[in-house]
Design a protein around this ligand. Structure first.
Ligand code: NAD
Length: 489
């Protein structure tokens, strides 16, 4: 099998690889070394316009393509991904800095998402509605919007490409995808495989570019009919403002400050590795990262000690060493995380382990997994998304206080409850203000099509699962009066 390569300094519009109109380039660096590993085109406004026009031209044909055929092409795309798992895993790992096995896992998740929507494509239906008499018929149609703009961040580029592009295409939309300028390689590689799978030109267009330039041009383009944005809460607000001018619907998946809530009756042997994994996987650069640990007072000392021990054992290295944790993605992210490590003690938190850069002979943006105890609920570390391997511990007494502390955040992405008391877990799941809840595990392992829901400053979306198909459709209601009785008399 020939290695999957991305053409240098190019982008994929209307089924063709080409340079940006002004020949601009983005350098993509390995976060472990800072060395450039690839260049891609840096799209500007004219490129965005080209991509939107290509998607507009492709839309009528794609929307008219049978849903089964759309599903078949998605399935073929997934098969090609299966043939290039290692190539894709390298793109995903090298781009973000995560260990190769983490990149590989992301590609399997990517493939699973595309498979899911391949199967769902021809199962999207409307409903028939009750009528007052048999003289009427009422029903709904689920119709694609048209051109969907999809803008994603750098932390899990392959997975987020699949999670947004696959349901949009399955539902009959065409797509202009703008991956992050920081990590565009896996999205471009996936787009090349979609091209090989046989998606018609213009159905999926991919261009990278700087957010304030290409991203802003895309969200304000009058040819765009729907915007999906995954990224920071701050940028999400800018996206909504841009969408208001053209009155375009927006799907937002933003930041998080997710709590792990640990009761004294929890199985600590299961919980502690999962809690440490939830803040060190991808170096803590996950929207749902378990960045707050709320622990019942009676087990606090033991838990803090065990979590610290487990964090100290995390093996750190570049993506190709394939250890437990890689560097942060770039210097900006590194400086941001160091800022939190410096401000936390000043705001009263006690540093237990880590707390600074992980210095290595070969450079790179490495920081230590860091644990702070006694974190003030009003401090930055407690309230703001760090997006790094930094865990804030707070103590609670009793379930009532646990609920209050879980909800003491502007975000509402994921809450994880660790207890052997099932009734308590289910009651907490009712009371927490969060789009997702998991019990005795971190996140949604083992559940197929789990909705990736958000609330409050984490956004509003029904990503993941069947509901995502509906996100990418608009509903039309049809009412019919059957006038001609004589036809059956
Ligand atoms: P970001 O908001 O800086 O950028 C995200 C994307 O938006 C990039 O492609 C960027 O180029 C683009 N962009 C930036 N400014 C823009 C503008 N004015 N108009 C249009 N596009 C613009 O986020 P980031 O630093 O790349 O990623 C980290 C953030 O993503 C974190 O907050 C994390 O929680 C969030 N995230 C959320 C989810 C989720 O599903 N909720 C998943 C992954 C990451």
């Amino acid at each position: 099998m020939a290695e999957l390569l991305i053409p240098s300094a190019q982008q994929l519009i209307d089924g063709e690889w080409a340079a940006a109109r002004d020949a601009g380039e983005l350098r993509v660096a390995d976060p472990a070394t800072g060395q450039t590993v690839q260049t891609v085109a840096c799209a500007g406004r004219a490129d965005v316009d080209d991509a939107v026009q290509a998607a507009r031209r492709a839309f009528p044909g794609w929307a008219a393509t049978s849903a089964s055929e759309r599903g078949r092409l998605l399935r073929r795309w997934s098969e090609l991904i299966g043939e290039h798992v290692e190539d894709l895993a390298r793109f995903e790992a090298r781009d973000v800095g995560k260990p190769l096995s983490g990149g590989r896992m992301n590609i399997f998740i990517t493939q699973g998402i595309i498979d899911y929507f391949a199967g769902a494509a021809d199962k999207l239906t409307g409903v028939t509605l009750p009528t007052r008499t048999p003289d009427y018929l009422g029903y709904t149609l689920q119709e694609p919007y048209g051109v969907c703009a999809v803008i994603i961040p750098w932390n899990v580029p392959a997975v987020l490409t699949a999670a947004n592009v696959a349901p949009a295409l399955a539902a009959g939309n065409t797509v202009v995808l703008k991956p992050s300028e920081v990590a565009p390689l896996a999205p471009f590689a996936l787009a090349e495989l979609a091209r090989r799978a046989g998606f018609p030109p213009g159905v999926l267009n991919v261009l990278a570019g700087v957010g304030a330039d290409a991203g802003a041009a895309l969200t304000s383009h009058p040819g765009v009919n729907h915007i999906s944005f995954v990224g920071s809460t701050t940028t999400g607000r800018a996206i909504m403002r841009a969408a208001a001018d053209n009155l375009v619907p927006v799907k937002l998946e933003l930041g998080g400050k997710s709590p792990n809530v640990l009761f004294a009756d929890a199985d600590l042997d299961v919980a502690i590795p999962a809690i440490v994994g939830s803040i060190t996987e991808n170096a803590g650069q996950n929207c749902y990262a378990g960045s707050r640990l709320l622990v019942e007072a009676s087990i606090r000392d033991e838990v803090v000690e065990r979590v610290a021990e487990s964090m100290r054992a995390v093996r750190i290295g570049p993506w190709d060493a394939d250890l437990d944790m890689g560097p942060l993605v770039n210097e900006a992210q590194y400086r941001r995380v160091l800022g939190f490590l410096e401000s936390a003690p000043a705001e009263g938190a006690r540093l237990v382990t880590g707390g600074g850069p992980e210095r290595r002979a070969d450079g790179g943006w490495f920081v230590q997994p860091s644990l702070f105890d006694g974190v003030d609920p009003r401090s930055r570390l407690s309230r703001e998304e760090v997006f790094g391997p930094v865990l804030a511990v707070q103590e609670f007494s009793g379930a009532r206080q646990a609920v209050e502390m879980m909800n003491d955040t502007d975000f509402g992405l994921l809450a994880c409850i660790w207890t052997s008391d099932v009734s308590r877990a289910l009651r907490l799941a009712q009371e927490v203000r969060s789009g997702q809840v998991s019990v005795n595990q971190f996140a949604d392992a083992g559940v197929i099509g789990f909705p990736f829901n958000m609330q409050r400053d984490s956004g509003f979306s029904r990503g993941g699962g069947y509901a995502a198909m509906r996100e990418y459709t608009q509903e039309k209601a049809v009412a019919v009066r059957l006038l001609d009785r004589s036809s059956v008399e």
